[in-house]
Ligand binder design. Structure first.
Ligand SMILES: *[C@@H]1O[C@H](CO)[C@@H](O)[C@H](O)[C@H]1NC(C)=O
Ligand SMILES: *[C@@H]1O[C@H](CO)[C@@H](O)[C@H](O)[C@H]1NC(C)=O
Ligand SMILES: *[C@@H]1O[C@H](CO)[C@@H](O)[C@H](O)[C@H]1NC(C)=O
Ligand SMILES: *[C@@H]1O[C@H](CO)[C@@H](O)[C@H](O)[C@H]1NC(C)=O
Ligand SMILES: *[C@@H]1O[C@H](CO)[C@@H](O)[C@H](O)[C@H]1NC(C)=O
Ligand SMILES: *[C@@H]1O[C@H](CO)[C@@H](O)[C@H](O)[C@H]1NC(C)=O
Ligand SMILES: *[C@@H]1O[C@H](CO)[C@@H](O)[C@H](O)[C@H]1NC(C)=O
Ligand SMILES: *[C@@H]1O[C@H](CO)[C@@H](O)[C@H](O)[C@H]1NC(C)=O
Ligand SMILES: *[C@@H]1O[C@H](CO)[C@@H](O)[C@H](O)[C@H]1NC(C)=O
Ligand SMILES: *[C@@H]1O[C@H](CO)[C@@H](O)[C@H](O)[C@H]1NC(C)=O
Ligand SMILES: *[C@@H]1O[C@H](CO)[C@@H](O)[C@H](O)[C@H]1NC(C)=O
Ligand SMILES: *[C@@H]1O[C@H](CO)[C@@H](O)[C@H](O)[C@H]1NC(C)=O
Length: 554
């Protein structure tokens, strides 16, 4: 259900005119331009042959597409002979190739994977469902008999994210192919995917790669681009039965729309947007996908209670107080970055109702009792929970700010008062002096990564010393690959980690933040288990790319 990245320093070329409406401009080209991962053309070709098995001849010809008509192409024969092509970066879309020659008994199948660990002639990496056997998706068989000429993948079998494409011969007969390409499906509304409005360039004087900071900035930006998809390319729910996958579900009211992950879930998840949208703002300033996602979530608000869905359609899961609040935070982010007053005014009645939904969960203790328990995969999280209350504080502060912008001053003042009293209760209930951190709830001494990061970032701390104490305490969860979340054991979550990263900066511990950045984001960027161009939703403490081992609910 999530991903990714961080947003460091702003270089935004959005100029406010005297009338207050934004004027968009492109980033200049410069030393940073070569770090943009997004390809110059929507049609991309393999950059390398990763592997061949069995009888495969002339595989390298697939790297010279222009010669497609001039050579015989690559020849595959024999059951389970295969070639794996490497696109060099994360891509996603539909494969096209030319079948130069095929006999009546020829057969071909395709498999896809992000990680090279899952290169296989019999299955793709899991995108439909994270099955224990990791063989849920299987391969895409081309309809037989094969027809000579250009073949394009059926749209419903779109693969949203992969780096490696494996082409498998499934019969003894020889088949020759050429000109294998992928037409990228993300960022459908943009002609030039490299036309950023922000840019970033800095040398890291300490790290083994001095371009690390620049690379990680562009990697976060590209991750968000791969998550910006056409509205009719969502994962089908109910999930198709194994083997198979289907990405032709409708994701919302309008497209393009921002989803949580290119490969999966391919659905709107507002928690992920908490990190993705600031990234989107500073890089491409492409806010339409966010507006569409937020409008979609509000259109599914429960008219009786004001509860918002945890995820967009077709999943449309309900029952998450924290994701309800992430949607409200998303409204503030979107308004802050866009100044879209008309949209906010149109939403306002629903927005206030949705704020009322969570305020209504504040009980006589003065704290919110979290009862919608679904969350970012962490364990626990119910009752008088620190993360839920930290998010409520952020929602109240943001809502008070929004209210001022649309002249609802007295409502804004009420929310401000509610925020102040919540801050007091939060510190009374959750501060654990013996740890110098906040505890998860009133019946535990576990000090979670999420609430402690949020407490600093959202200013629930009451002094600089307290914020620094939390920042220091968080380092006790680190190993060489990142920050392990005590509330989801054995797991490194870049979503929550990105909040921690900001908390170190906000508390004035810049060196500590840079240290975490190099460990966690450095691992994600450089590990050869991943795609070395986009970032991860999660991994285990030892760097294995598994996530949700404990809570395989997505
Ligand atoms: C780049 O994007 C800006 C908006 O941010 C747009 O005005 C401009 O036309 C785009 N340029 C190209 C070459 O697509
Ligand atoms: C190769 O495929 C691309 C994408 O479908 C197409 O535009 C191009 O014309 C093809 N080239 C040849 C030589 O067939
Ligand atoms: C190809 O190999 C697979 C796996 O070994 C086997 O299940 C299948 O029957 C074989 N097909 C043919 C046509 O030989
Ligand atoms: C993998 O597990 C799924 C259930 O999660 C099952 O439907 C499928 O048949 C299994 N695939 C293989 C190849 O065993
Ligand atoms: C999705 O694709 C499948 C397979 O082509 C098709 O049966 C189904 O009707 C499509 N669904 C939608 C919503 O387009
Ligand atoms: C407000 O919520 C209702 C459902 O309660 C929904 O039908 C409507 O589309 C929403 N309006 C906006 C602008 O979000
Ligand atoms: C309180 O926190 C602990 C530690 O995170 C957790 O195990 C427990 O389930 C939480 N209680 C509730 C009601 O969620
Ligand atoms: C929160 O509300 C639930 C459901 O009403 C209740 O069972 C639980 O005891 C409450 N938790 C606290 C800490 O009051
Ligand atoms: C708020 O009030 C000010 C002063 O009356 C007015 O200029 C502004 O347009 C109002 N803003 C909105 C969103 O109604
Ligand atoms: C919010 O503040 C208002 C005004 O002081 C008060 O009436 C209301 O009870 C407060 N709500 C909560 C949940 O604290
Ligand atoms: C943090 O909260 C305190 C009140 O507790 C306030 O004085 C201070 O201005 C806030 N800081 C920021 C950056 O909002
Ligand atoms: C990753 O790199 C290590 C060290 O060079 C190597 O042993 C390993 O085989 C590589 N793994 C993959 C999946 O490429």
């Amino acid at each position: 259900m999530l991903l990714l990245q961080f947003f460091p320093f702003l270089h935004i070329l959005t100029v406010l005119t005297f009338s207050g409406s934004p004027v968009f401009a492109s980033a200049p080209s410069g030393l940073w331009s070569k770090f943009i991962y997004a390809p110059a053309s929507r049609v991309v070709y393999p950059q390398a042959v990763r592997k061949t098995v069995g009888s495969v001849h002339n595989a390298d010809s697939l790297l010279s597409p222009a010669d497609g008509f001039n050579n015989r192409g690559a020849a595959l024969s024999g059951n389970e002979s295969w070639v794996t092509l490497d696109f060099g970066i994360e891509v996603g879309g539909l494969v096209t190739m030319r079948i130069n020659s095929a006999s009546s008994s020829s057969g071909l199948a395709l498999s896809f994977t992000e990680s090279p660990l899952f290169i296989s002639p019999t299955t793709s990496d899991d995108s439909t469902y994270p099955s224990a056997n990791m063989s849920y998706d299987g391969v895409l068989h081309l309809t037989e008999p094969l027809t000579e000429g250009v073949w394009t993948q059926p749209t419903s079998t779109l693969r949203g994210g992969f780096r490696f494409l494996t082409i498998v011969s499934t019969s003894q007969s020889e088949t020759t192919i050429s000109n294998v390409s992928v037409e990228i499906s993300f960022m459908p509304h943009v002609e030039d995917m490299r036309n950023y409005s922000g840019y970033f360039y800095a040398k890291d004087p300490v790290f083994h790669d001095q371009d690390f900071l620049t690379k990680i900035w562009y990697s976060g930006a590209y991750t968000v681009q791969t998550n910006t998809v056409p509205v009719n390319t969502g994962r089908q729910v109910p999930f198709v039965s194994s083997p198979g996958w289907q990405n032709n579900a409708t994701l919302g009211l309008a497209g393009p729309i921002i989803v949580d992950g290119a490969k999966r879930d391919r659905a709107v998840w507002p928690g992920d947007m908490g990190v993705a949208v600031p990234t989107q703002f500073v890089s491409t300033n492409d806010l339409l996908p966010t507006k569409n996602a937020l409008s979609t979530l509000f259109s599914y608000m429960d008219p009786l209670t004001g509860a918002l869905p945890e995820s967009g359609p077709p999943l449309l899961q309900m029952g998450s107080d924290t994701y309800h609040m992430w949607t409200l935070i998303g409204v503030h982010n979107y308004f802050l970055y866009s100044g879209d007053t008309a949209w906010l005014e149109d939403l306002w009645a629903n927005y206030t109702k949705a704020v009322g939904f969570v305020l209504g969960k504040v009980d006589s203790s003065g704290l919110m009792n979290v009862t919608g328990l679904r969350d970012w995969a962490r364990l626990g999280g119910g009752g008088h929970n620190a993360e839920g209350n930290a998010l409520l504080y952020k929602v109240l502060i943001d809502s008070a700010d929004l209210a001022i912008h649309i002249n609802q001053t007295s409502l804004g003042e009420t929310w401000s008062v509610n925020a102040s009293s919540l801050k007091t209760k939060f510190n009374e209930a959750f501060w654990l002096p013996s740890a110098g951190m906040y505890r998860d709830n009133t019946t535990t001494t576990l000090c979670p990564q999420d609430a402690n990061s949020m407490a600093v970032l959202y200013n629930l701390t009451t002094s600089a010393a307290q914020a620094s104490s939390v920042s220091e305490g968080l380092t006790r969860n680190w190993n060489e690959l990142g920050a392990i979340a005590p509330e989801l054991p054995d797991t490194i979550s870049p979503f929550i980690g990105s909040l921690e990263l900001q908390a170190h900066f906000v508390s004035g511990n810049d060196e500590r933040a840079m240290d975490l950045l190099r460990r966690e984001w450095g691992y994600m960027l450089y590990t050869n288990l991943s795609v070395q161009s986009t970032l991860l939703e999660g991994y285990t403490a030892n760097g294995s790319i598994w996530y949700l081992l404990l809570a395989r609910s997505q």
